[in-house]
Write a protein that binds this ligand. Structure first.
Ligand SMILES: [Zn+2]
Length: 237
């Protein structure tokens, strides 16, 4: 078991756990612990084999009471089933995403980019799957949970969500964007099901007054001009 790295983003309320994505050496995948007042909310949870290390490192910061999934890719939702069962806690995902967690649908059978569907099928065939989650509940656009505002931002997957924490001015963007190069960039197309829908979804970030971006892959990014930078990125200027 590798040791995840943990960064304190805000003492007492926000931590980033970075795990290594096993099949692709060196690729980090993030999850976060958020304290919104009623215990810890785990946002994303890595691959199936990351469950134990996430639970272990999180004990230092409090008790995980729920898991919220930005999207049902195996490097973000893979450990949801094990953690949910081990801690007897619910898993939340957007209403358009929960059937992937319930193992009623697979992303590679959805309509969308052929390249993405092939990559997802290959990953699935190689055993990198999202094990069925029993205790799963649906989130809807504009819902609030533990101080996190849910934004339905589809495209990367049908039920991809972003989360905005107004009290921390923090935007969790899932894989819509990444920060692997030190600057926010559009999420990779080889794992994006519907590029044009994803690009439209990014327009929702105009509504949020964030100065911190937490992407599924890469370090936290902080900037007082974040909104303008994201507008430029989305418009390609
Ligand atoms: Zn993804």
């Amino acid at each position: 078991m590798s040791k995840p790295s943990v960064i304190t983003i805000q003492p007492d309320s926000l931590w980033q756990i970075t795990l290594r994505f096993p099949p692709i050496i060196g690729v980090p995948t993030n999850c976060w612990l958020w304290n919104g007042g009623d215990g810890l909310t785990l946002i994303d949870c890595g691959c199936p084999n990351h469950a134990e290390e996430i639970v272990k490192v999180s004990r230092e910061f409090g008790e995980i009471k729920r898991v919220v999934i930005t999207h049902a890719h195996p490097d973000h939702a893979g450990a949801a089933s094990t953690i949910s069962r081990a801690l007897n806690i619910p898993v939340y995902a957007h209403e358009s995403e929960i059937d992937f967690l319930r193992a009623k649908k697979t992303i590679h059978d959805e309509k969308g980019s052929l390249i993405c569907k092939c990559v997802m099928w290959l990953a699935h065939s190689a055993g990198l799957t999202v094990p069925k989650v029993e205790n799963v509940s649906a989130l809807t656009d504009n819902q609030e949970i533990e101080g996190l505002n849910i934004l339905h931002t589809p495209g990367h997957t049908p039920g991809s969500i972003s989360l905005f924490a107004p009290s921390a001015r923090t935007l969790f963007c899932g894989d819509n964007l990444d920060n692997l190069s030190g600057k926010p960039a559009l999420g990779q197309l080889w794992c994006t099901l519907d590029e044009s829908t994803r690009n439209s979804s990014l327009g929702h970030y105009d509504k949020v007054d964030a100065n911190r971006l937490l992407a599924g892959h890469g370090k936290p990014y902080e900037s007082d001009t974040l909104r303008t930078e994201l507008q430029r990125l989305v418009s390609g200027k």
